[in-house]
Design a protein around this ligand. Structure first.
Ligand code: ADP
Ligand code: MG
Length: 334
């Protein structure tokens, strides 16, 4: 099976079955007994709504494991759901993380029940999942905006030539909205409310500027519930800073890209993947700022796990030709 262990969402692909799990990376822990109360969708509904004894935890931060034990429990829960005992697993890992952080992903998977673990770079998986022929000597640029990270890579001959990552993603956009509403309107709102505002009227470029949204929060002064109306324009201004970081990461990567590959990217355009790339006007913004064309993956939220799944099938063929350099380039061996 292939697992995309994301900061926001975890997806599991099983060979011959397709995607069998697609749930938020959230675990509700019963603090009194130290047991898992709920995982995934059920746990997400509890965020900000738990009694004192239960806490809803997101065990990953910025693409890396922040709470090892809770991550392991979550993986065990999702692996069990597939009903496969001791599966061989391909795990996606962001390219911007350290060896120690990679090691933690492998260890968590092994203790969660995996028999063997191979890592694949997330951007490579996204490219495969989007149907790009990455084995060719042609440059392809991939941008993956997740919940807590943005990964940018130029891929050629099946490997990463240049990459950059920023520890900024969709959650930082939610937080920017929360901070804006607090400062400008004097009410506090929760992360999920902010995320809903982002889905409804958030944008990276003036595309649908007449949109507005009503949000309910708690008045900072009176402590009572209060409703305010937000405009698309003010939300875009609120999102400016984290978005600038993401766009700068893309530009930095382009500047470091060797000329032949940069010419390929100019010809073929930039592939956008990850849930964050669904923000209204994000594609337009990247187009304007980089002067390159862009195209959104057909399914931005699933292309990483689909690509890992496809590489899993390839890997079986490759490991038959034991120790091929081809296999080694794609996968970290264990
Ligand atoms: P990860 O790989 O880190 O788990 P995902 O690729 O699953 O992240 O993307 C999750 C992020 O995408 C969240 O921050 C979510 O708010 C954001 N997202 C999903 N859909 C949209 C949308 N339509 N508009 C803006 N942001 C979106
Ligand atoms: Mg991801």
């Amino acid at each position: 099976m292939a697992i995309d262990l994301g900061t926001a969402n975890t997806l599991v692909f099983v060979k011959g079955q397709g995607i069998v799990v697609s749930e938020p990376s959230v675990v509700a822990i019963d603090q009194l007994h130290g047991t898992v109360h709920a995982v995934g969708d059920d746990a997400k509904r509890m965020i900000g709504r738990t009694p004192a004894t239960i806490s809803a935890i997101r065990p990953l931060r910025h693409g890396v494991i922040a709470d090892f034990e809770v991550t392991e429990q979550m993986l065990r829960h999702f692996i069990r759901k597939t009903r496969l005992a001791h599966p061989r697993v391909v795990m996606c890992a962001p390219s911007g993380i350290t060896d120690v952080e990679k090691r933690a992903i492998v260890e968590a998977s092994l203790s969660a029940g995996a028999r063997r673990v191979n890592l694949i770079e997330e951007t490579i998986a996204a490219a495969i999942g989007a149907g790009l022929a990455i084995e060719e000597p042609v440059g392809n640029m991939v941008v993956d905006v997740g919940g807590g990270t943005s990964e940018v890579a130029v891929i050629s001959l099946g490997g990463i030539v240049v990459s950059e990552s920023a520890r900024v993603g969709g959650y930082d956009l939610d937080e920017a909205i929360m901070a804006h509403v607090k400062q400008r309107h004097g009410i506090t709102i929760g992360q999920q409310t902010a995320e809903q505002v982002k889905f409804d009227i958030g944008s990276a470029w003036p595309v649908e500027d007449d949109l507005t949204a009503e949000v309910k929060g708690r008045d900072l002064v009176s402590g009572l519930p209060k409703t305010v109306t937000l405009t698309a324009e003010e939300v875009r201004v609120a999102l400016a800073e984290p978005l600038r970081t993401i766009v700068e990461t893309i530009k930095d990567t382009l500047e470091r890209t060797p000329p032949e590959l940069a010419a390929d990217v100019a010809r073929r355009g930039i592939l956008l993947a990850g849930g964050g790339s669904l923000l209204k006007g994000f594609d337009e913004r990247v187009r304007v700022e980089t002067k390159m064309s862009t195209y959104l993956a057909e399914s931005p939220l699933t292309c990483v796990v689909m690509g890992s799944g496809r590489s899993l099938e390839e890997f079986d063929v490759m490991s038959a030709q034991a120790g091929s350099s081809h296999a080694r380039r794609h996968f970290g061996r264990r």
